[in-house]
Design a protein. Structure first.
Length: 499
């Protein structure tokens, strides 16, 4: 071993004459530093460790470059408890293989009294343990894949969490749980698992999904009989959808400063939180929506702040719709524009132009646009909810209420139609008592637009998840209408490092 240690020291620039009684601990430090310098580990499943190298180095520096998870070449009680948590990663929607659970347990199962064959091997095992624990903690807290790598315009608030400090807390507090007997070991297991639980989202629907995952994993393992209509293949598909849904939940912060509104595209459903801290069904205002067509005009996934509500709005016909639909109809039928209560207005003055071929020509060259006047047949109905964004997407009422009788409602040009617009208006204006239900109804049936500024802007998140677990035990699975589950699954399959 001395020769191997000397070689390590020479490679790191440490003089060979410094190999003394502390050569073993020095060799451990050198081996750790080499792995960190290379940002690579020799035996981990995902060996490139650039995503956690800085945190790994901070932990060893804070602990005098000594082994964090073993004492006298024997894994600590804490290490054994943490490995058990890593083995159970699948119950949290993660994969134990991504965190080397079997590899980390392998030395523990060795027949020899000391499971390690020297300080270099100890360093390899210890660094793997540290890197995997950090990755696992990060995955629970923030998800594995950065949300903006999938959805560049979905900007979610991000909590500030010191995960390096989290691991140090494990190391410090575990000293109180040294194993004089089996019961103390069980107490440490419980404590360690609870610490990792604190990293996961506090949202009710996340934990309901975790329970659903456990149930479906029981079906897959043959622990419970399959419900009617479910096959083993379908069970595995649903488990994968649940795992992807849990990943998306982990993108969320643990709290919001303002109660948000979420629209889940595959569910065709809107959820307005009654509190920034609570997603319980008793506090949610939820309703059906219709979204963009899956083949032509998909609703984008993004976030923005709702700032205004416009009652009896004009519908400013998007240029793409004007060019492809409105103008051809107007040219074929001179009465179409008037019957549809549409008008041509100049840009940027919004001066109404007399309907004529020359006015329509100005729409083509961009010096005019088409809008529809407020009224019963206005495409936006009686109210529009505005959250400025690069996509010109908003929530709105619709005169075509029959769309909400459809099971699949990807029918729009990209904007989001709301089934209960008056209820949503009352919800977002609930801190303005003057806006009573009767006043909202009158404003929605006026002939002139009325714009109301929200007292506090409301964060709106257009999101995508194909599974929702409900408090009554029902689990709702939705079609992957835009193929986003396939995209996320492919991104996860690439493996670490994701950042």
């Amino acid at each position: 071993m001395l020769t191997a240690h000397s070689q390590l020291l020479a490679q790191s620039g440490v003089p060979s004459n410094s190999v003394t009684a502390n050569a073993a601990s020095t060799a451990f430090q050198v081996a750790v530093r080499q792995m960190l310098a290379r940002r690579q580990h020799p035996t981990m499943r995902w060996p490139l460790i650039r995503d956690v190298a800085v945190s790994v180095e901070q932990l060893y520096a804070a602990n005098d470059w000594k082994p964090l998870w073993s004492t006298n070449e024997v894994p600590t009680s804490l290490a054994l408890s943490v490995i058990r948590v890593l083995f159970d990663a699948d119950t949290r929607g993660l994969a134990a293989t991504d965190y080397d659970a079997a590899m980390l347990a392998r030395p523990v199962r060795a027949v020899t009294p000391n499971p390690f064959d020297g300080d270099t091997t100890t360093a390899v095992w210890d660094v793997a343990m540290t890197a995997d624990v950090l990755r696992f903690a990060y995955a629970l807290r923030f998800g594995r894949v950065p949300v903006t790598s999938i959805y560049p315009s979905l900007h979610l608030p991000r909590d500030t969490v010191d995960l390096t400090g989290f691991v140090q807390v494990l190391l410090d507090h575990a000293k109180a749980f040294q194993r004089p007997d089996t019961s103390r070991g069980e107490a440490l297991d419980t404590w360690v698992s609870a610490q990792f639980d604190t990293l996961e989202p506090p949202w009710t629907h996340y934990w309901l999904l975790r329970e659903t995952l456990k149930q479906y994993q029981g079906y897959a393992a043959g622990e419970e009989p399959l419900p009617p209509g479910l096959t083993p293949a379908l069970i595995n598909v649903r488990i994968r959808h649940i795992e992807l849904a849990l990943e998306r939940w982990r993108w969320l912060p643990q709290t919001f400063t303002t109660a948000p509104v979420f629209i889940n595209i595959p569910a065709f459903r809107l959820y307005a939180f009654g509190s920034p801290l609570d997603d319980g069904e008793s506090t949610l205002a939820n309703m059906d929506v219709a979204v963009g067509n899956a083949f032509r005009t998909r609703t984008p996934v993004f976030s923005a702040l709702m700032r205004t509500v416009i009652f009896s709005p004009y519908w400013d016909v998007p240029r793409s719709i004007a060019m492809k639909e409105t103008l051809p109809k107007a040219r074929r039928d001179p009465g179409y524009m008037e019957r549809s209560h549409m008008e041509v207005v100049s840009v940027p003055e919004s001066r109404i132009l007399p309907l004529s071929r020359s006015a329509l020509a100005r729409v083509v060259d961009g010096t005019a646009r088409i809008r529809q006047r407020p009224g019963a047949d206005n495409a936006l109905g009686g109210v529009k909810f505005v959250f400025p964004n690069a996509y010109n997407v908003y929530l709105h009422d619709t005169p075509a209420q029959s769309v909400f009788l459809l099971a699949r409602r990807d029918v729009s040009h990209g904007c989001i139609r709301v089934a209960e617009p008056a209820r949503l208006a009352a919800f977002v204006l609930r801190d303005q008592p003057a806006w009573t239900p009767s006043r909202i109804d009158a404003a929605m049936h006026d002939t002139r637009p009325q714009e109301v500024t929200l007292t506090t802007p409301i964060p709106v998140f257009i999101v995508y998840t194909t599974v929702i677990a409900r408090a009554d035990g029902e689990t709702l699975f939705y079609d992957d209408i835009y193929g986003h589950d396939r995209v996320l699954a492919a991104r996860l399959a690439i493996g670490y490092p994701y950042r």
